[in-house]
Design a protein around this ligand. Structure first.
Ligand code: ATP
Length: 327
């Protein structure tokens, strides 16, 4: 074997996302297909430090492609942020004869991976697993499409009650400091507006909406709000609205953790499956410290440093589309 990789370790870390199981399945089967052994590491970096590691066969990933969450569990691990923690992790890699790692997670996971590979010269490939879609170098992250669909399903239901009572609803969605979920769910659910952190740093979006008379011809309105501190969240905006415009009958709905759950969509299963195979291909080709992405339907390799540091801009022009369609 020219690439010298006989055994890989695989973990999921940070916030869980639907489609992680499809990625685990794909990584496992692609490795075994190429005669590479697979060791599953439980609870993210925590399991690497405590040695919670089990060898997987192809049957270990049977019947999981449709399941949300991650069968490997996920955890936040403060110890991995310390040199001592990472040394323990490395000792376990050596003990388990793991030559390379595939890590599935978000930018925190990749930051830890990058540091670890610099310190111990371990080849690492990352797969973007987060509902927030906030990683540079891939059109979509694993879990984003499912979360988007969960959100629009919920918004459709809220619309029924909003229009019966002629109310203004602020619906808060996840996304950390990125507006992808808010903006695209607003488009897909026919919401009257989206309030996203990227634009809020430039203008007062609520004031803008009121000035534009966003509720003129409607008997109900739905505004999707990113959870970020920059926007003030749905509660912050509702409070302001009640203070400044008491004529509106304002309600708040915070969608919360339902956005993380559920069976992954076809799209998330497909990208997770493609990315898992691409991760093993990349390791066999001698690539290291990269994230697998999909751009314009093609697999791409993005240096971890870029995936973490570079900004992935939302398409703010889509706010204009939402506005046009809300008249
Ligand atoms: P999501 O964005 O979906 O929540 P994430 O991967 O960004 O996912 P984090 O909790 O930020 O989630 O990071 C996951 C884990 O990665 C942390 O618990 C920690 O173990 C490790 N990690 C994060 N940042 C660092 C760092 N600077 N140094 C070492 N390890 C880190």
């Amino acid at each position: 074997m020219g690439h010298g990789i006989k055994c890989i370790g695989m973990l999921t870390s940070g916030g869980d996302a639907p489609g992680m199981n499809a990625a685990i399945r794909s990584v496992t089967r692609a490795a075994i297909f190429n005669n590479i052994r697979v060791k599953a590491i439980y609870r993210g970096y925590k399991g690497l430090i405590t040695g919670e590691i089990k060898e997987f066969q192809t049957q270990n990933v049977s019947n999981i492609i449709q399941q949300g969450g991650t069968i490997l569990k996920s955890a936040r691990c403060a110890e991995f942020r310390t040199p001592e923690g990472r040394q323990l992790a490395y000792e376990n890699l050596v003990k388990e004869e793991i030559d390379a790692l595939v890590v599935i997670g978000g930018d925190g996971t990749f930051t830890g991976a990058r540091l670890f590979s610099q310190e111990y010269d371990v080849p690492i490939v990352g797969l973007p697993g987060t509902i927030d879609n906030d990683l540079f170098g891939t059109d979509s992250t694993i879990g984003y499409d499912t979360a988007l669909n969960t959100i629009i399903d919920a918004v459709d239901k809220i619309r029924d009650t909003a229009s019966s009572h002629e109310r203004l609803f602020f619906i808060e969605v996840m996304g950390r400091d990125a507006g992808f979920l808010a903006l695209n769910s607003a488009l897909a659910s026919g919401a009257e507006a989206a309030i996203i952190p990227e634009r809020e740093t430039k203008v007062d979006q609520l004031e803008e909406l009121i000035k534009n008379g966003f509720r003129k011809s409607k008997n109900s309105s739905i505004v999707i709000v990113s959870e970020s501190e920059v926007t003030g969240g749905a509660n912050g905006l509702a409070e302001r609205m009640r203070r400044e415009h008491p004529e509106y009958d304002v309600r708040v709905s915070i969608l919360g953790h339902i956005q993380r759950g559920g069976s992954p969509t076809a799209y998330d299963r497909i990208i997770a499956s493609r990315m898992g195979v691409a991760a093993i291909d990349a390791l066999m080709d001698g690539l290291r410290n990269i994230m697998i992405g999909i751009v314009n339907n093609e697999i791409v390799h993005v240096p971890l440093a870029k995936a973490i540091k570079d900004d992935k801009p939302v398409n703010e022009q889509l706010l204009g589309v939402v506005q046009i369609l809300s008249i």
